[in-house]
Design a protein around this ligand. Structure first.
Ligand SMILES: [Zn+2]
Length: 357
């Protein structure tokens, strides 16, 4: 009796103290499960980050892990520029040349230098001649790029135009990350879907006055894509529109040169399997498989969301998504396009022989 009183007094207090991080209920749902540790088809990860100077034994181990996943080619977006890029690509291609594509990054230093435009374009052209297979722009581009007075320099700034003309000349694909998830600009309160992420990592909060508003950064990126219709752009992370696929579809209709990778946003597809399946089928030529953070044990969620018809299974990082996943059961032809066919078209320097027709 004393125990019952004790519990009835304490339980509500304990519940009130539990944080969102602590609340991790175990599902009691029993449904058919088809976990996948390996992709159904060989695939290209278009959004990888690796140290291009890694030691030969590390590279061997990486390729072995890739084999296990059926990851045929990894695009390494962290090539850098200038001498660092050229040393790095030589190192990455020395033994496993066909398993990696290396993208370079634009030199964004000394933006006030009157010679900046020419210098950056020249370095880029030299990197392309040294084997660069595409160009990656990090999210700093357009959001944190500043002039000497601290004024934000948008991606549409004329000083970057010479470099985009070089990219067009060599028909390279651009993979560009713009802004961050939209809730990062919103008040951090009980209504914010990214509440956990923003309380765990407060530095991710954004301030429209300082960083530009989400809408402004996106509009600047779209202006850039429309200005260079002869360049194929891949907007990283579904262009942060995984939660509004109808809008992303309208952008695809408007811009034939726009593509998106699905890196780090598979949880958006996984919470709307029916609409996402329709979307992936309609825009099957525009979507690219990518993962971002390298973690062998997390790819299975991507395979399962894209390939299976499973219901209510776990996602791997709660601060990204506290909800569970449902599979899209994509048809093979759509899967092949997302897994490799689209990237082979956009980056023809990748050897397509290892992939099925
Ligand atoms: Zn990335």
């Amino acid at each position: 009796m004393r125990l019952i009183i004790y519990l009835s007094l304490l339980t509500p207090a304990l519940l009130a103290q539990m944080t969102i991080q602590e609340y991790t209920p175990k599902s009691t749902l029993v449904v058919p499960e088809h976990p996948r540790s390996r992709a159904k088809f060989p695939f290209i990860d278009v959004h990888g980050h690796q140290n291009t100077m890694m030691a030969p034994d590390k590279l061997d181990a990486l390729v072995k892990d890739m084999d296990g996943l059926n990851l045929q080619v990894m695009v390494n977006l962290s090539g850098g520029f200038g001498p660092k890029f050229r040393d790095g690509i030589r190192n990455m291609k020395a033994v496993h040349g066909k398993r990696f594509a290396v993208f370079c990054n634009l030199d964004l230093t000394n933006l006030d230098d009157p010679n900046y435009s020419m210098r950056a374009a020249q370095t880029l052209e030299e990197d392309i001649k040294a084997g660069c297979q595409g160009v990656k722009f990090f999210k700093q581009f357009g959001m944190n790029t500043r002039d000497g007075k601290g004024v934000r320099i948008p991606v549409t700034d004329p000083r970057f135009e010479a470099s985009f003309r070089v990219i067009a000349k060599y028909k390279l694909m651009v993979l560009i990350h713009t802004a961050d998830p939209k809730p990062f600009w919103d008040p951090v309160d009980k209504f914010n879907e990214k509440y956990q992420e923003l309380t765990e990592i407060p530095s991710r909060r954004k301030d429209a006055a300082k960083d530009g508003s989400w809408e402004q950064l996106m509009d600047e990126a779209y202006t850039l894509f429309k200005r260079h219709r002869d360049i194929n752009f891949a907007h990283a992370h579904l262009g942060w529109l995984g939660g509004d696929l109808a809008k992303l579809g309208r952008l695809f209709d408007e811009m034939p040169n726009l593509h998106c990778d699905i890196a780090a946003v598979i949880y958006e597809f996984g919470r709307q399997p029916k609409f996402a399946r329709q979307f992936c089928t309609k825009y099957q030529d525009r979507l690219l498989m990518g993962k971002d953070t390298w973690n062998v044990g997390e790819f299975n969620t991507y395979f399962r969301v894209l390939e299976s018809g499973d219901e209510y299974f776990e996602y791997y990082r709660k601060r990204h998504a506290f909800w569970r996943m449902y599979g899209l059961e994509l048809p093979d032809e759509v899967l092949k396009k997302i897994y490799y066919k689209n990237v082979l078209r956009l980056v023809p320097s990748i050897d397509g022989k290892a992939f099925p027709k």
